[in-house]
Write a protein that binds this ligand. Sequence first.
Ligand SMILES: [Zn+2]
Length: 66
Amino acid sequence: MIIPIRCFSCGKLIAHIYKPYLEAIEKGESAEDAFKSLGIERFCCKRMIVSHVDLIDDLLKFPRLQ
Ligand SMILES: [Zn+2]
């Protein structure tokens, strides 16, 4: 849905990393280099970003159910 603000396991702030990570991947940078340059070291934080599926823009097309 929306990228979580903090890592579920260690509590590190990760929400501000998501867009720069996607931009780095689009430029052709490897995921490992992108994480290094963005300061993400632990695998718990990496899995938060790698496994995230951004669905919020798709869901906003539908009216709210009541
Ligand atoms: Zn973490």
